[in-house]
Design a protein around this ligand. Structure first.
Ligand code: SF4
Ligand code: SF4
Length: 274
């Protein structure tokens, strides 16, 4: 079967361009890919992953427990390339690397048998430190500490589980340190995925003043009246997201940095000027 035929068949069975490959492994010199819905296909060793995995807007690729830059998708993988647990995930600019590492550590913690102190305690500490970075308050000292723990785990654990647990931290920090630093030093999440760093506001040019958002807000955080631009109190808001669903005009938005200019008092729809 030629590469073109292989790609066509992948398209036929509906697993061309999956965002996530659930399992990849070498079988008899061929790469075997399996998607989460159980579809699978084989590729010869000179195949490239970008023939099957959507990559146009990739920021990072996670293969097994390791982070790679998107270029990995366009390389011919030599036989024996380590797919780790076989899972391949593509992150775009809308995905947060720190959050992804935190999720991986939560899963990896559960794989430690707990006998080896470095693995048990290291996984616990790393998971807590990285999770704290997804919320305001973390500083660069925690970043250094995470690196120190992860490096120690690669040499001091009794089995490969400890090293595997350290890999997401080490490889992500190597490639995306600035994204970690944004969370720790500047208190922001460049992707906007960590909602704890973002603020909700109502776009005064999109709001039509029908009050649908006020009706659903459990925190009473929105002020308004018919025909007036609604105003959202960011300190009262619990970020439950109910108003976003309720607003058919898409007026309720997330801001990750400074808020745009907003009305300071109730203003009639159409009267607000920048
Ligand atoms: S924010 Fe949306 S739901 Fe709320 S009053 Fe404005 S248009 Fe209506
Ligand atoms: S996110 Fe929830 S709490 Fe915040 S304003 Fe909207 S509905 Fe209210």
């Amino acid at each position: 079967m030629t590469r073109e035929e292989a790609i066509r068949r992948m398209q036929d069975i509906g697993c061309y361009n999956p965002d996530v490959v659930d399992h990849a492994e070498w079988i008899d010199g061929k790469i075997n890919l399996r998607t989460s819905d159980g579809k699978s296909f084989e590729f010869t060793s000179d195949s490239r992953l970008d023939e099957t995995i959507k990559a146009d807007d990739a920021k990072a690729v996670i293969i097994g427990q390791r982070f790679f830059s998107p270029e990995i998708l366009s390389l011919e993988l030599s036989e024996g390339f380590d797919f780790g647990n076989g899972k391949i995930t593509v992150l775009t600019d809308k995905n947060c690397v720190v959050r992804a590492v935190s999720g991986m550590l939560t899963e990896l913690r559960a794989t430690s048998c707990g006998i080896c102190t470095f693995c048990r305690e290291g996984a616990y500490q790393l998971s807590g430190i990285i999770d704290a970075m997804t919320k305001p308050g973390a500083d660069k000292k925690q970043l250094d500490l995470a690196l120190e723990i992860a490096e120690a785990m690669t040499t001091s654990c009794n089995c490969p589980v400890g090293e595997e647990t350290a890999l997401p931290v080490l490889t992500a920090l190597d490639l995306f340190r600035s994204e970690f630093e944004a969370h720790c030093g500047k208190g922001s999440c460049p992707s906007g995925e960590c909602s704890a760093f973002s603020t909700l506001y109502i776009d005064p040019f999109k709001c039509e003043g029908n009050g649908d958002c006020m009706d659903v807000c459990p925190a009473d955080a929105i002020e308004g009246k018919p025909g007036y631009i609604s105003m959202l109190d960011e300190y009262e808001c619990t970020r439950c997201g109910k108003c976003i669903e309720a607003c058919e005009n898409g007026a309720i938005q997330f801001a990750t940095g400074r808020l745009p200019k907003l009305p300071e008092r109730l203003t009639k729809v159409g009267r607000f000027r920048k």
